[in-house]
Ligand binder design. Sequence first.
Ligand SMILES: [Zn+2]
Length: 445
Amino acid sequence: MKIFNTLSNQIETFTPIEEGKVKMYVCGPTVYNHAHIGNARPIVIFDTFRRLLEAQGYKVSYVSNFTDVDDKIIAGAKAEGMKETEFTKKYIEAYLKVREDLHTLKLTSTPKVTETMDAIIAFIQQMIDDGYAYIIDGDVYFSVGKIPDYGKLSKQKLEDLQVGARIDENDKKADPLDFVLWKKTDEGIQWDAPWGKGRPGWHTECVVMINNEFKHTPIDIHGGGMDLRFPHHENEMAQEEAVHHDHLANYWMHNGMLVFDGEKMSKSLGNVVLAKDVIERLGSNVTRWLLNSAHYRAPLKFNEEAIEQAQTEVVRILSSLRQAQVKLALATNIKVSQVSHTEFKKDFLEAMNDDLNTPNGYKVVFDVVKQLNTEIRARDISYDRVAELIEALEWMLGILGIEVEKVVLSDDDRALYAKWQKAKAEKDFAAADSYRSELAKRDLL
Ligand SMILES: [Zn+2]
């Protein structure tokens, strides 16, 4: 498998630290509102990536956090007159519902900031003790200047960053690039730390959670949106360097952003496009298919045209598959040998293993669909062939997270089908037509 590593800025062959196992962490949401459709893209991408790994025998540990301490959360909880933990609970549930509706596999673990405070405080303390962080009036800052290769993930030089950075008038920090590890506060949710009351900054939680959850760093893969490369991931790396003099992850994967086609979209979906509303309108399969339709590192155009295309494609695939499944299920007297179609599967894996190239993976799916359509329309159907194509297609759709309804035929369905075949054989066209339309009504043709 090959993946583009943001850290080395090139495509690399993926080699896990421990054979057969993959440890993966993806930054999760700040839970102060409902997930935007843009937040749903990494959900689908990294779940697909995990399924791809698992399909090839890897055992994947996939951790993703909830940022449940944040200024927006404190403000939101205050506005609604509730505790921060109550306020975030409903958005955590809503987010998990979106994940479920997008057919994602269950996450191995979902740590929260509020449940990781002891470890966060200890981590910050160590950075202070080792001279990587300093306290000013109860706030704690990280000394970016202590990390000589700071900027290596986002490909920026420390000197260039320093030129561009400005000190805010109210800022107390020593260097404009330094970032906050702890904010002194007397409002909202807060904790006692040796240096005073307050709450952690955003950049420390993930590095602490990675160390907590996986017990050992580096892990294999750290993922997230392109927008997290700087400063968030750069700062995670800097803290790991400070505390463990080591790197956090061997491979850094970043997904491209969703691009809106503003005018067209606003008419149909409104300006704020929430993931739950999109799923409600399009259904889970179409939403998921759409979010995987561009290469994960490229921007994804989200507009009516893209929606229509995804709808058409999913219908095309699933209706062909259903027709074939029905044909196979009705062929009661045929014994099908269970062979799997290795060639198409190989093509699919080859496409997907090439830095998760879903557009090329989709092409293989359409190749199978085309072949399947030809097979089921053939005068002399090869049921073995149909069965193996169905198996290959279901396997690919499984990796893509597209759910397929099982075809279950009743005795009545089978009897009706037999009557239709008999009427056709006896050239009783009127009867054949009526059986045919009944079968069509039952979606069995
Ligand atoms: Zn993070």
